[in-house]
Structure formats: structure tokens, C-alpha cells
Design a protein around this ligand. Structure first.
Ligand code: PEP
Length: 250
């Protein structure tokens, strides 16, 4: 049985005050949400607040990215060791916004997953097609390539055994347009099948989250699908009440 994971991706939002309020709102409200695992991913500068406020609670936290390098002369980057230092459990890797705005390639993303896992963190590997790719009937080809960048590594199965995958159709991110439960389930089942072709046990245990305008109103139906094991939540994770409502659906 896979425990659902609800992870908030706070992106580049907030301030010290706003982040502390949001962390507190989730911490106080989480009480009766115990079936899902819950995690939040604030911007790097606010990880210290997550460490201060969430340590000793069941709420996990993580980062939105991680350097592929160990340490050294890499201005502006943050290493996996540093994330561990702040008590992170997760690192989101290969989010479509990083693929787009930071020109991250599949090879870079695969390396980051290796780096994160080597330091005992859990990568949340994001995969997903653009609207154009979906309209061209290339959804499976694209998500297979994104997944394959990690799955086909010599240590790929091991990485996925330790990791989480998030299917995030780019056309659904921040647009208010959500994939239908059937559309999402179809891709989730396809992803799990790709892993099962290599190892059925790893596939059966792999948590595959859905991300893309998940809200309190659609979370239940999405998460009721056989292969949807939780959500990666953007906009709706910025309001404690909405995020908690999604957690309760999980
Ligand atoms: C995301 O960016 O990971 C995401 C799912 O965003 P939103 O929920 O706002 O679509």
C-alpha cells in the first residue's frame, strides 16, 4: 500500500513573516490529517524557518531544486549537503519551470536526482508534456523520455526505489486547467508500467503524484484514481486552509 504524499511547492513566494504564518497555519491545522504524508517546499532562504518550526512534527519539508555539484565554485547554487544540514527530506527536481527558465536538460536532471539520493534526500522527479506536445499526441513519448533519463541510468531503479515521481502536465500548471482524473490516471498508469517493465516491485511501491492546478475541489477525485498517490501543489499550497483541505482528501 502506498502512503499518499501531499507536497506543497511554494515557488518564489513569501517573506519571513508570510512563510512563518503559513508554516504555523499548516502546523496547527494538520492535527487530524494523518493518512497522508505532508511536506512543504519553501524557497531556499526560508528553509531555516521550516527547520525551526517543523522539527519534531510529522510535517516534512524540502527544497525546490538542488545543485548537481558536491561543493565549490558554483556561485548561487545550493548543495545536497546544505539541504541535509537544514533537515530537508525532499528536493523537487526537474520542475517544468526549471526546464524552461533554467534550461535544465534531462541529463542535468538525472545527475541532480543522483546527487540528492546520494545524500539521503528523496528526489521528487517532475515529468510532463506541454500543451503542444499533448495536441501532437506525444504525451507518452515525452513523459517516457523524462522518466527514462533517470530510469535508464545504471542506478536508475535504485533511484526510483528511493524517489517519488510527479506527473505535471505543463498546460495544467498555474493555469487553473486541471487534467481530468481519467487523463491523469492514463499517464500515471503508463509511467508505472514503464517502471514495471524493469522491476514490478519498484513500480508497485513507487509514489506518483499529480501536479497541475490541484485544488480542494478536485483533489479527492484525482487521488481516487488507482495510480495517483498524492499531489504536488503549487498555488493552492500558499493558503493553509486550501492545502490542508487537499491533505485531508489524500
Ligand atoms: C507546480 O508548479 O508544481 C504546480 C502544480 O502548480 P499549480 O498547482 O499552481 O498548478
Amino acid at each position: 500500500m502506498r502512503q499518499p504524499l501531499i507536497a506543497g511547492n511554494w515557488k518564489m513566494n513569501g517573506s519571513k513573516v508570510v512563510t512563518a504564518e503559513l508554516l504555523n497555519g499548516i502546523k496547527v491545522g494538520i492535527g487530524d490529517v494523518r493518512t497522508s504524508e505532508v511536506a512543504v517546499c519553501p524557497p531556499f532562504p526560508y528553509l531555516y524557518l521550516a527547520e525551526e518550526m517543523l522539527s519534531g512534527t510529522a510535517i516534512r519539508y524540502g527544497a525546490q531544486d538542488c545543485s548537481r555539484e558536491e561543493d565549490g565554485a558554483f556561485t548561487g547554487q545550493v548543495s545536497a549537503t546544505m539541504l541535509r544540514d537544514f533537515g530537508c527530506t525532499y528536493a523537487i527536481i526537474g520542475h517544468s519551470e526549471r526546464r524552461l527558465f533554467n534550461a535544465e536538460t534531462d541529463a542535468v536532471i538525472a545527475r541532480k536526482c543522483q546527487m540528492v539520493a546520494a545524500h539521503g534526500l528523496t528526489p521528487i522527479l517532475c515529468v510532463g508534456e506541454t500543451l503542444e506536445e499533448r495536441e501532437q499526441g506525444r504525451t507518452e513519448e515525452v513523459v517516457a523520455r523524462h522518466l527514462g533519463a533517470v530510469l535508464d541510468l545504471p542506478d536508475g531503479l535504485n533511484l526510483l526505489a528511493k524517489g517519488v515521481v510527479a506527473y505535471e502536465p505543463v498546460w495544467a500548471i498555474g493555469t487553473g486547467v486541471t487534467a481530468t482524473p481519467e487523463q491523469a490516471q492514463e499517464v500515471h498508469a503508463f509511467l508505472r508500467q514503464r517502471v514495471a517493465e524493469k522491476d514490478t516491485e519498484v513500480a508497485a511501491k513507487l509514489r506518483i503524484l499529480y501536479g497541475g492546478s490541484m485544488k480542494p475541489g478536485n483533489a479527492l477525485e484525482l487521488m481516487a484514481q488507482a495510480d495517483i498517490d498524492g499531489g504536488l501543489i503549487g498555488g493552492a499550497a500558499l493558503k493553509a486552509a486550501d492545502f490542508l483541505a487537499i491533505c485531508k482528501a489524500g
